[in-house]
Design a protein around this ligand. Structure first.
Ligand SMILES: [Fe+2]
Length: 337
């Protein structure tokens, strides 16, 4: 079943260019969401029961696992082993999501996922103690559940990061209803335009190799100008909690500041979302380039040329904080700063 095959409107494309994210409501039909959820719950820790919200608590230490194919611990329950199964791949590689991604990045330009291929997590972490690298995987990232952790997280601050692996367009798909402050994807609007110019390469982030006998340096290297800008963005930009209903999705630019939202829900909800990164087939060439004067060079002609007014009502539907309403007006391809 296909929901809303209508192409993105000009004001939606302009909103994405200016603010770096775009929420589409009811983009995935309920049957697809439920199939994916059924698959997720097959991997549930014994102490967490689908029909008993009283058990929706952080994973006990006795059931924690750092297996990248099924990571369990604290509020995190991340099933990656199913990332190349048809039920999950079909959600992103189908109308309408694939069509919208092609509209943004160019028809026929996307690298297809491979049903039955190697899921993310098959290669382990990017470096010891580091995250799993989503570029190493042939399907969706997986289904990421965030369990309520109200006591531990109350009062903790919100801090953004950008992803260190190369890709073009992320999408987070809510598989079940997710109220406000319940772990939804959180974004810092417009930060993609500020962060994009600050890296050496337009898609990658430099990494230091890890040596067991030289353990002090490992992982991703952060340009000083980027770290400075992170502080400024956190101070001057209100973030958006992309909460919503089952079937809602949020597209996001690869340099957008974001975080996995904290789940403070009470009564308890489990944030259950499917994540995927759309990549173009020419990434192996374009990743060699530094940030471009036109940060939309590698995107579709339609994206490069669209500069439409954004109706205030639409911005409100996107939950854009009021102070940001005028930001970027007239400079949809703005070069950071
Ligand atoms: Fe991230």
């Amino acid at each position: 079943m296909t929901l809303d095959p209508t192409p993105l409107a000009a004001h939606e494309i302009s909103f994405f260019k200016r603010h770096g994210y775009l929420i589409k409501r009811r983009a995935i039909d309920r049957a697809r969401c439920d199939r994916a959820l059924d698959r997720m719950w097959e991997s549930a820790p014994a102490s967490i029961r689908r029909d008993d919200p009283e058990t929706w608590r952080p994973v006990p230490a006795s059931e924690a696992s750092d297996d990248p194919l099924l990571t369990l611990g604290g509020s995190r329950w991340q099933l990656r082993a199913a990332g190349t199964e048809a039920a999950l791949v079909d959600i992103v590689w189908n109308a309408p999501l694939k069509g919208w991604a092609e509209q943004l990045l160019g028809a026929g330009s996307l690298r297809p996922p491979r049903v039955g291929g190697q899921p993310m997590g098959s290669w382990g972490a990017a470096w010891p103690g580091g995250p799993v690298d989503p570029q190493l995987g042939e399907g969706v990232r997986g289904i990421y559940a965030t369990l309520p952790e109200r006591e531990a997280l109350a009062g903790a601050g919100d801090h953004l990061h950008t992803d260190g692996h190369p890709f073009h367009l992320g999408v987070v798909c809510l598989l079940s209803d997710c109220p406000a402050d319940s772990g939804a994807f959180r974004v810092w609007p417009g930060s993609h335009r500020r962060f994009y110019p600050l890296f050496q390469l337009q898609y990658d982030q430099a990494r230091a190799p890890y040596y067991p006998h030289l353990p002090s340096l490992k992982g991703i290297l952060y340009p000083p100008a980027y770290l400075e800008e992170v502080g400024k963005v956190e101070a001057d930009t209100p973030s958006v909690d992309c909460h919503g209903a089952a079937g809602d999705v949020v597209f996001w630019h690869h340099r957008l500041g974001h975080m996995a939202g904290r789940n403070l829900s009470d009564p308890p909800h489990i944030r259950q979302a499917l994540l995927y990164d759309f990549c173009k087939t020419d990434l192996d060439q374009t990743r060699l380039d530094p940030p471009q004067a036109d940060m939309w060079r590698d995107w579709s002609e339609e994206v490069r040329t669209t500069d439409a007014d954004i109706p205030p009502q639409f911005a409100a539907e996107q939950m854009l904080p009021l102070p940001l309403l005028g930001h970027g007006a007239g400079i949809p391809g703005a070069r950071g700063g």
